[in-house]
Design a protein around this ligand. Structure first.
Ligand SMILES: Nc1nc2c(ncn2[C@@H]2O[C@H](COP(=O)(O)OP(=O)(O)O)[C@@H](O)[C@H]2O)c(=O)[nH]1
Ligand SMILES: [Mg+2]
Ligand SMILES: [Zn+2]
Ligand SMILES: [Zn+2]
Length: 283
């Protein structure tokens, strides 16, 4: 994980925010920015390294729970899009948002080490987007996403897409409070990637095999990729599509709609339970 890969926290910047002036916000739990603990001192013992990792993930999970609560209250379907760089996440988002934006509220949080170019690509579609730059960091974490949500409210009754930093390793370990991780594997990457990077395919709910339009030109058997992925995650769903030609996109849109209905129904059940509790309190 990130104690070994050398990424350092504390370099994150969120569009429109002055770096290190971000502590005036309402996290409900104790919020100590102890960045010294995120560093990667060479020569730390194995036991110490494991303790540091557990600490980082425990803190992350607390922030993720806050984000998840926020998504539940606003009936927002939050999806964490993960992949190697260049698999087509932003291209797929641009097409997906163009299809959805008529009828579904949407927003995008973009994560990259540098530049706001992906957020600009999304805004060009007419959808609100906010860029997080992670600097040396190799993944988004729940704390960064919480800050981004202060600037870019979750789209109520809609879908928030979080495009993670291109990296098949570290983002697997970080829960952002999302309903599901969606892993994108493009056909130019080879069918063996689910075996080589099992954590990511294990963490994901859905695998999108992108760039299907290139299948005639590359040695890539989608059925083999799916079989490998299901070795590490038997429940993984899979859709083969092309962000550029639009083939298979309808299946992806259907998947999104079903998930969104699930989120809205969960919110209705939650409100009904609260109402019932109030009524029984009246009696
Ligand atoms: N042929 C083909 N190219 C694609 C497809 N999706 C994305 N690309 C190309 O792949 C490159 C990387 O895409 P991008 O969306 O920036 O990937 P990201 O890094 O995952 O966000 C760009 O040149 C895209 O035009 C696809 O479905 N088919
Ligand atoms: Mg991108
Ligand atoms: Zn890392
Ligand atoms: Zn903070």
């Amino acid at each position: 994980m990130c104690t070994t890969c050398g990424c350092a926290s504390g370099e994150t910047s969120i569009e429109g925010e002055v770096p290190h002036e971000h502590h005036h916000h309402e996290h409900t739990h104790d919020h100590v920015h102890d960045h010294a603990r995120h560093s990667h001192a060479p020569g730390v013992s194995e036991a110490r390294r494991v303790a540091i990792e557990e600490d980082i993930l425990a803190r992350n999970n607390a922030y993720a729970a806050e984000n998840r609560q926020r998504f539940a209250e606003t009936a927002t379907l939050a999806l964490n899009l993960v992949s190697s760089p260049g698999s087509g996440k932003t291209t797929l988002l641009v097409r997906t948002l163009s299809e959805l934006k008529e009828n579904t509220p949407t927003a995008v949080i973009e994560g990259d080490q540098e530049t706001s170019s992906d957020a600009e690509r999304i805004r060009a579609v007419g959808v609100p987007a906010l860029q997080i730059n992670t600097g040396k960091g190799c993944h988004l974490d729940a704390h960064m996403v919480g800050h981004a949500l202060d600037k870019l409210p979750p789209p109520e009754g809609g879908i928030l897409f979080i495009e993670n930093v291109g990296n098949l390793v570290c983002p697997a370990a970080f829960d952002l409070g999302e309903a599901a991780k969606v892993v994108i594997l493009s056909v130019t990457e080879g069918v063996d990637k689910p075996l080589k990077y099992p954590d990511m395919f294990h963490a994901a709910r859905l695998m999108l095999i992108n760039k299907a339009d290139l299948l005639p030109y590359v040695d890539f058997d989608p059925a083999a990729a799916i079989a490998y992925a299901r070795r590490v995650n038997p429940d993984l769903q899979a859709i083969t599509l092309s962000a550029t030609t639009g083939e298979g996109i309808a299946d992806w849109l259907d998947w999104l709609k079903i998930r969104l209905v699930g989120v809205k129904n969960a919110r209705i059940r939650q409100l009904e339970a609260q109402l019932a509790a109030l009524r029984s309190g009246d009696r």
